[in-house]
Ligand binder design. Structure first.
Ligand SMILES: C[S@@+](CC[C@H](N)C(=O)[O-])C[C@H]1O[C@@H](n2cnc3c(N)ncnc32)[C@H](O)[C@@H]1O
Length: 284
């Protein structure tokens, strides 16, 4: 499709062009957030929508730039500490009897939440049992996640989050430096290797790809990702999580996300967690 065939475009039409000319499909992302980001790409590159359309066709490097620009990678260690506290005190101990605990962390961004989870497993003495598959569409985010080096974290209150989660923990001497090399002068922290080795980071697009591994999982984390999708796409993805979980497996969503209609009957709410119910249900 050439520029002329694009005619005067709408953002939705641009997303169709992107879908036809790249491996990515953002057509079911919720409108406002994605439109704002496309506008930013146009501003940064000084392109009209038609010019953006033309540049997108046949330039896969530019397509990757667009993908990086329209995905939102905001995250932090122990984001929403009350949820992590619940996971630490009430939920993760449920898996103590398992031989293995498989976790899929979908939309892991730069990895802070993945490391938060591993710290919890470690504090519960379960680190040797856990295997984490952490996935994201953004290669840039995954590269940072793999390195596990974070700038400007100490100032941003992540120490407070950490202390909130573990405030009632028996060993009052639990220290941040057990898990991170801390460079206070440069406000930089580096995850210690023994945590990193429990994780496999994989590039994966929730919209277009099936589950990126064969085995079922005990827990799916997908926090603050579905919020960017419309309800139709949210339901498609939740169906995939449902299929990928063992019975009684858990789904952990973001603080402002929930299950809609039909899926409320397929999961049972326990605090901030959704447990896959055992009962037989027709597929969505
Ligand atoms: C706001 S971050 C959430 C990070 C983390 N889960 C948290 O809650 O702190 C959303 C992440 O979803 C990823 N994402 C967006 N669309 C995706 C898709 N189709 N497949 C996989 N990841 C996607 C983005 O790249 C981004 O890293």
């Amino acid at each position: 499709m050439g520029l002329n065939s694009c005619g005067v475009m709408t953002y939705k039409e641009y997303l169709q062009v992107l879908k036809e000319h790249s491996p990515y499909d953002f057509s079911d992302y919720s409108d406002n957030s994605i439109f704002r980001r496309i506008q930013k790409v146009m501003r940064d590159h000084q392109l009209s929508l038609e010019e953006l359309c033309e540049k997108t066709q046949g330039n896969r490097y530019f397509v990757e730039e667009v993908v990086e620009a329209i995905t939102v990678n905001t995250t932090e260690l122990f984001r929403d500490p009350a949820v992590w506290k619940y996971l630490f005190e009430k939920h993760i101990p449920v898996y103590r009897g398992n031989n293995f605990i498989n976790v899929w962390h979908a939309g892991c961004s730069t990895g802070q939440e993945v490391y938060s989870l591993l710290i919890i497993f470690s504090e519960l003495g379960l680190l040797d049992k856990v295997r984490v598959f952490a996935t994201d569409i953004s290669q840039k985010a995954l590269d940072i996640a793999k390195k596990g080096v974070y700038q400007h974290q100490i100032d941003r209150g992540c120490m407070d989050n950490f202390n909130t989660v573990f405030e009632n923990h028996g060993s009052s001497s639990l220290s941040f430096s057990k898990y991170f090399d801390v460079d206070e002068k440069n406000d930089k922290i580096s995850v210690k290797p023994f945590l990193k080795e429990r994780i496999k980071f994989i590039r994966h697009d929730l919209v277009r790809n099936e589950m990126p591994f064969y085995n079922k999982v005990d827990i799916v984390f997908c926090r603050n990702v579905l919020i960017y999708f419309n309800v139709k796409l949210q339901n498609r993805i939740v169906q995939r999580f449902y299929d990928g979980l063992y019975n009684n497996g858990s789904l952990v969503l973001g603080a402002h996300e929930g299950l809609s209609g039909f899926f409320k009957t397929k999961f049972e709410r326990q605090g901030p967690i959704y447990r896959k119910s055992n009962t037989f249900h027709l597929r969505y």
